[in-house]
Design a protein around this ligand. Structure first.
Ligand code: C5P
Length: 226
């Protein structure tokens, strides 16, 4: 079955520095959201993209996409969760496709193999996420001094794209009862008692957050195209 990809790009993206929100800034000459669009549409199972942008950013988004097609462009909300919810409602309104990928615009480069693994995992689960094990020591900071060590055994770094059966993730978002804002969508599904499958992620999917992350991603791009 084909999947529709929801790209959330409605954040302020301030930590990456520079005036523009990071999702509109260029990586090797192409805005991050154009990279994300290309990475997703390159996969044969991805049928189209729904793009979620900040209110009033539609023109900037169209310029950044430079003619790349979207099934819908919708305004996001104040939180990532609200932005995803808006994107999922747009997918539901399209009325075709029963699987979605939910992806952060701040992760511009998506290996095809990760989407392959997610799509396969969805045959047996309502949700699937790419993860990487934690390699560093994890510790709390205690007012500038080393605090308690957090055992890293079994801990996973959870990335996007995350893959879901549309009815399941839509139900999770529509039924959200409030409280602490979730940082991704898989945890909302799990909160309903639905198992979420883990597949191997990729370091290239790490979120672009700080200015130096652009350099890291450009190095990857150059290596991939050489
Ligand atoms: O800020 P952070 O990097 O955690 O955001 C993750 C993704 O969620 C980004 O692609 C950002 O544009 C998106 N987002 C959104 N709406 C918000 C906040 C974040 O679409 N209100």
């Amino acid at each position: 079955t084909d999947m529709i990809a929801v790209i959330v790009a409605a954040g302020r993206g301030e930590r990456a520095g520079g005036g523009l929100p990071k999702q509109y800034r260029a990586l090797a000459g192409l805005p991050l959201i154009a990279h994300a669009h290309d990475s997703l549409m390159r996969h044969p199972r991805v049928a189209g993209v729904v793009l979620v942008v900040a209110e009033g950013a539609e023109e900037m988004a169209r310029a950044a996409l430079d003619g790349r097609p979207v099934l819908a462009m919708v305004p996001g909300g104040a939180t990532r969760r609200a932005s995803v919810a808006a994107g999922l409602e747009a997918v539901a309104a399209l009325g075709h496709g029963d699987r979605v990928l939910i992806h952060d615009a701040a992760r511009p480069l998506i290996p095809r193999a990760v989407i392959d693994r997610l799509a396969a995992a969805l045959d047996d689960a309502a949700g699937a996420v790419p993860v990487l094990p934690v390699a560093d020591t994890l510790a709390r900071g205690d007012q500038g001094a080393l605090g308690d060590i957090v055992p890293r055994d079994g801990l996973q770094r959870v990335q996007t794209p995350q893959a879901f059966r549309l009815d399941a993730i839509l139900a999770a978002h529509r039924g959200w009862a409030g409280g602490e804002e979730p940082t991704d969508d898989a945890q909302m599904l799990r909160a309903l008692g639905e198992p979420v499958a883990l597949v191997a992620g990729d370091p290239v999917l790490d979120k672009i957050t700080h200015p130096a992350d652009f350099d890291r991603a450009e190095t990857w791009l150059a290596a991939a195209s050489s």
